[in-house]
Design a protein around this ligand. Structure first.
Ligand code: SF4
Length: 284
């Protein structure tokens, strides 16, 4: 069984909204939804000790996901506190980015020593492609959120999945760039992510075949440093997991504190195959 050593703990994730979301996307590998309480939202008080431990361990950057992070009533205070320690990125579906919130976020960013970045998810360059995955009417609501960010002076990264083959094609990317230009974004930032065949996505399409697992010889030199888990950990309200992908897997939990989670991790889950084959890194 391959083992991924923790080369250095560069990136710390927070499942800051738990698994609760205002959407129930049909490809969500965490199966987040309005009724999924597998993990609950984290409070600022719960997060601060992890920030302090992370600073002592040399963590370089922080990511916030869910669920939908802006369902967390303390999200803005959490960001302000995090930015005292390092740069932060929020992964959001964009639906709760109204004008007032975007102005406050821009203010938080302007007053911080470190950078604050946003990733807004969509699954098609029009409603016909996006809404069957994310929900009726979501395309227009996502665009409204992006417009509000742009009006506040924030240029978000747009993340799309390969739920439609076209999303990863040159033609598809051109359509996304044209859409972002219409929204006033002169320098578009687009990131295309593969799908993990777990959670809701396993029900929408298919789960992994038995051969889709990692074996010792799959990394020619036995070096698994290209995997996210060689440089990150994920904090939820229930402890620390190896990575953002396996938060619903009991085997992915490594301990209660960051210090508990510095050992190598066995790459036994088929989702690890996707990370290796597609070179997945949520943070780049
Ligand atoms: S799913 Fe990916 S990041 Fe998580 S343990 Fe497996 S290889 Fe590492």
């Amino acid at each position: 069984m391959p083992l991924a050593a923790l080369r250095s703990l560069d990136t710390l994730w927070f499942q800051v909204a738990g698994t609760v979301c205002n959407l129930a996307c049909t490809h969500c590998f965490v199966s987040s939804s309005p009724t999924n309480h597998t993990h609950e939202a984290m409070t600022l008080e719960e997060i601060v000790p992890y920030l302090e431990e992370a600073a002592a361990l040399g963590v370089r950057e922080f990511y916030f996901t869910g669920g939908e992070p802006f369902l967390n009533p303390e999200m803005e205070a959490i960001l302000a506190r995090t930015l005292e320690v390092g740069p932060a990125t929020v992964l959001t579906n964009g639906l709760l980015l109204d004008e007032a919130r975007c102005a406050r976020l821009a203010g938080i960013a302007a007053g911080a020593e470190y950078s604050l970045d946003f990733r807004v998810s969509m699954d098609g360059y029009d409603a016909a492609a996006n809404d069957p995955i994310r929900g009726e009417g979501t395309f227009e609501r996502i665009l409204a959120g992006i417009r509000n960010l742009v009006a506040a002076g924030i240029n978000p990264v747009i993340t799309v999945t390969e739920v439609h083959d076209e999303n990863a094609s040159a033609a598809g990317k051109r359509r996304f760039f044209a859409l972002l230009a219409e929204l006033g974004i002169a320098r578009p930032r687009l990131k295309v992510l593969p799908l993990f065949k777990i959670g809701a996505e396993a029900e929408r399409s298919a789960t992994y075949a038995s051969w889709q697992v990692l074996r010792d010889g799959d990394a020619a030199d036995g070096d698994w440093d290209h995997l996210q888990c060689s440089s990150c950990r994920m904090v939820t309200d229930q402890g620390v997991w190896v990575c953002p992908i396996l938060v619903n897997e009991p085997s992915g939990k490594m301990g209660a504190t960051l210090a508990d989670t510095l050992d190598p991790f066995p790459l036994a889950h088929p989702a690890c195959w996707t990370c290796h084959v597609y070179g997945v890194s949520c943070k780049t």
